[in-house]
Design a protein around this ligand. Structure first.
Ligand SMILES: Cc1cc2nc3c(=O)[nH]c(=O)nc-3n(C[C@H](O)[C@H](O)[C@H](O)COP(=O)(O)O)c2cc1C
Length: 178
């Protein structure tokens, strides 16, 4: 199966990049036969007026089409997920590129809740796209301390935390896509 790990913030100095890299690394280690790849929405250089625009990057369209399951990694900004992630999502709604695919969420914050409220907001959007959201998430708390050098200070702790989310995503994706 093909999994896309979408990094859902373009903020300068974002810590979520280190988290997304760690998720890809852990997923590849846990599931060497599956394919995991990072999609950094910053690389798409989106403009604010692109909501509803058709995607013209054919290689990206093909990548999204061939994806069976998504992992969205995003921080919490004002109790929700970043506007840049919403902009990315709103680009391709008409093409139904997410329909009947799986979605797992990784929330990131500098505080104790690990993006819980951002995930709760994102779940509604995922449903609008027709995705199946896993019942397990991963919450990365105190990211500025825990990932201060772009890698986790305590990798084992975070591997243990993300493993149930990955297990659930792979299980549900296999159930859904025969
Ligand atoms: C605009 C903005 C709003 C924020 N709002 C919240 C919030 O509602 N809850 C929270 O726990 N942290 C909040 N934070 C702190 C972030 O969790 C922290 O900056 C974290 O590093 C964000 O991830 P990032 O570095 O990938 O951007 C906010 C940060 C920014 C920049």
């Amino acid at each position: 199966m093909n999994y896309l790990v979408v990094l859902g913030t373009v903020r300068k100095g974002r810590y979520s990049k280190a988290v997304a890299d760690f998720i890809v690394k852990t997923a590849k280690k846990n599931y060497p036969k599956e394919h995991f790849e990072l999609l950094d929405i910053k690389d798409l250089n989106l403009s604010l007026n692109q909501e509803g625009s058709k995607l013209t990057d054919t290689s990206l369209i093909e990548k999204l089409k061939s994806t069976h399951g998504f992992i969205f990694v995003f921080p919490e900004y004002n109790h929700s997920f970043p506007a840049s992630l919403k902009l990315f999502i709103d680009l391709w709604d008409k093409d139904r590129l997410y329909l009947h695919k799986t979605c797992a969420c990784v929330g990131v914050s500098s505080g104790r809740y690990g993006g819980t409220r951002a995930i709760e907001s994102f779940i509604n959007v995922a449903r609008a796209l027709g995705m199946f959201v896993t019942y397990r998430d991963a919450n990365i708390t105190k990211v500025q301390e825990e990932f201060k050098n772009s890698v986790p200070e305590n990798p084992k702790k975070w591997e243990n935390l993300v493993t149930p989310m990955l297990e659930e995503l792979v299980k549900v994706t296999n159930l859904l896509i025969k």
